[in-house]
Design a protein around this ligand. Structure first.
Ligand SMILES: Nc1ncnc2c1ncn2[C@@H]1O[C@H](COP(=O)(O)OP(=O)(O)OP(=O)(O)O)[C@@H](O)[C@H]1O
Ligand SMILES: [Mg+2]
Length: 247
């Protein structure tokens, strides 16, 4: 697998390898000697309280922030989708999907990705006419045309209503299984993390403070008692008092 590197390495058995990563703002280390490995094709969810550095880590992995210390190895082909879909209002949906791609990609490339996210009917629409869920799917299509080996998602469902969110979660699960790319999903939703991920990480104090393999068969059943146990364990790691929550 080809890699972007901060050291001259050409291959890595991991989709992501991070060693001794530190990122400081104004002398304060938000990420502090962090280690992280993600296997090719692995689905990893990243939890952590607000402000703990999740988006900072994601932006570094996406190559959007290079003001760092440490080693960061990621696939050359990577794509990122944020909570806000960030579509250009003056470009139709299909042109947004192709935005930033090298060369002169044909419209058919965008159409294929839009079909994959169930949005091929809105290819000619203007972004402002899309619903929140549709805009988020357009943003996913824009990530997919990059044929990423690593898909970075920063709370992509955070702004969606409950039903649209469930549909979007299902879509991401299907895309991941079909594409076989590694995924790093930042979320505040513990249930979403347990539903989708092979492994859940909890970030705290600038490092990955806790990790938990999710060894439940797919598709996952949220009524499975083991699902509830994993959810409770992770909530506890996040400092949420589950006994009080149940009361
Ligand atoms: N460009 C920047 N300049 C200064 N401080 C920053 C910058 N970017 C992030 N920070 C600070 O770094 C810390 C981590 O921010 P980050 O956005 O990574 O948190 P987060 O875990 O994604 O939070 P949330 O869950 O609320 O999205 C915060 O204290 C934030 O204020
Ligand atoms: Mg964030």
């Amino acid at each position: 697998m080809a890699t972007d590197v901060h050291r001259p390495v050409t291959t890595t058995p991991s989709a992501v390898r991070v060693e001794g990563l530190t990122r400081a703002f104004d002398g304060r280390a938000v990420i502090d000697d962090l280690q992280l490995d993600v296997r090719p094709g692995e689905f990893v969810a990243l939890l952590g309280r607000s402000g703990c550095g999740k988006s900072t880590l994601l932006r570094i992995l996406a190559g959007l922030d290079r003001d760092i210390e440490g080693t960061v190895l990621v696939p050359r082909r990577k794509a990122v989708a944020f909570q806000a879909p960030r579509l250009m209002p003056w470009k139709k949906v299909w042109r947004n999907v192709l935005l930033g791609l090298p060369g002169k990609p044909e419209r058919a490339v965008a159409e294929r990705a839009l079909k994959e996210v169930g949005l091929d009917q809105r290819s000619d629409a203007w972004p402002k006419t899309l619903s929140g869920g549709e805009a988020q799917r357009a943003s996913l299509a824009r990530a997919l045309v990059r044929e990423p080996d690593l898909l970075l998602l920063d709370e992509p469902f955070g702004a969606l209503d409950a039903l649209t969110r469930i549909k979007a979660q299902r879509l991401v699960g299907e895309l991941w299984q079909r594409r076989g790319c590694a995924v790093l999903l930042v979320t505040h939703d513990v249930e979403e993390a347990v539903l989708l991920a092979d492994r859940v990480l909890v970030m705290d104090g600038g490092v990955i403070a806790h990790e938990r393999e999710i060894d439940l068969d797919r598709p996952r059943d949220i009524t499975d008692p083991r699902f509830a146990e994993l959810r409770a364990d992770l909530l506890e790691r996040l400092g949420v008092d589950t006994a009080a929550e149940a009361a």
